[in-house]
Design a protein around this ligand. Structure first.
Ligand code: 13P
Ligand code: SF4
Length: 360
């Protein structure tokens, strides 16, 4: 059977971009204000993990709150959440919840997406400094300049962007639907894809479309190397490889597949939600996971009888890990930190997100 995550023609050539990566300062989460508040709190440092869990359970009922968590969250947060998922699934859950409060355990742009889809509800994030190195690679002003240079361009913004950047976009997309979103744009349109160049290159190869790429990257995924992928597949000949499209080696892996150096029947490119669906139905006993390591907890829960091996054990997103049990408790207790997006950014960003949701 054809592998749906690879192009029909593996040898398909695409033009590589000529613009250079832009260097940006990566936001620091070394010691956040929320962490300081926990340490100075008169109650929280003295509570056991069990007590924190009990209080969270009590408060979520009292506040009619739903806890949404991304697949990269630490295990205890995933285990407590009402729903664990990828960026698209979390946005869809946020859009349909009837809870009064959404506590978003993930990074800031994800909570912002929930707030954009639910302006009438209270959206909280336990630590507002939980940023994203990829989202930090592009500003709204830079997008405006880029659009000015391509007046007929259609802007597709990956969900890993701040709300004011989404407001400049025609469409939003996530790792699970970027190919579909680009395919829905008429062939004669010029596409400006931002900010992840590796996802953009993957979409370019899958669709055969000429795409202008913003040269942003996620510091966690950019570090994956094609040699590590090849080595892992050789070491585990019975394993499937699941590769996130943000990985820095996705394009090289595509070339290696075309050259016959990687096996197309064992190599899959998926966002985190696609990885969950794959392991549920794949007969492979072992899966090699090329993404942030929080994913392994989720996959082990989904398929406890299968073995999951990280391709890069130090692929850890410090932004995702800033969300902890004490911060989740404080968030529900003190109703902090509220995430709000104001007009006119709200309506413009919402339009781009809704156009994506209509396609998927
Ligand atoms: P997913 O949408 O695949 O969960 O990815 C989100 C993300 O931040 C990947 O680094
Ligand atoms: Fe952002 Fe990368 Fe962390 Fe995902 S893994 S939230 S893209 S920094």
């Amino acid at each position: 059977m054809r592998n749906p995550t690879l192009p029909t023609d593996l040898g398909l050539q695409v033009e590589l971009p000529t613009i250079m990566p832009r260097s940006k300062t990566r936001p620091s989460v070394h010691y956040t204000a929320a962490q300081r508040a926990i340490e100075e709190d008169p109650e929280i440092p003295y509570l056991t993990e069990q007590e924190l869990v009990e209080r969270i359970q009590q408060l979520r009922k009292e506040r009619n709150a739903v806890i949404l968590a991304h697949n990269y969250q630490i295990p205890i947060i995933q285990d407590l959440a009402d729903f664990v998922g990828d960026s698209l699934q979390l946005a869809q859950q946020a859009a349909k919840t009837d809870a009064d409060v959404i506590v978003f355990c993930g990074v800031h742009f994800m909570a912002e997406t929930a707030a954009i889809l639910n302006p009438e509800r209270t959206v909280l994030i336990p630590d507002p400094e939980a940023g994203c190195s990829l989202a930090a690679t592009v500003t709204a002003e830079e997008v405006r300049q880029w659009k000015a240079n391509h007046p007929n361009g259609v802007v597709v913004a990956y969900v890993n962007t701040n709300a004011d950047v989404k407001a400049e976009a025609d469409y939003c997309c996530t790792s699970s639907n970027a190919v579909q979103v680009v395919q829905a744009i008429p062939e004669d349109k010029e596409i400006l894809f931002l900010p992840d160049m590796f996802l953009g290159l993957y979409v370019q190869r899958m669709t055969g479309r000429k795409i202008h790429l913003w040269m942003g990257e996620c510091h966690v995924h950019a570090g994956f190397r094609a040699e590590e992928i090849g080595d892992a597949l050789r070491r585990y000949p019975e394993a499937d490889l699941l590769l996130h499209p943000e990985c820095g080696c996705v394009s090289q892996c595509m070339f290696a597949l075309a050259a016959g150096d990687l096996p197309p029947e064992r190599t899959y490119v998926y966002g985190t939600g696609g990885m969950v669906r794959h392991v549920r139905q794949s007969p492979a006993p072992i899966h090699l996971i090329a993404t942030e390591v929080g994913m392994l907890h989720r996959l082990r829960k989904e398929a406890p009888n299968k073995q999951f091996i990280p391709v890069k054990a130090d692929a850890i997103c410090e932004y995702m890990k800033t969300i902890t049990l004490p911060k989740l408790y404080r968030s529900l207790r003190d109703m902090v930190y509220e995430v709000r997006v104001e007009e006119p950014i709200l309506s413009r960003a919402r339009h781009a997100i809704e156009r994506m949701l209509e396609i998927t």
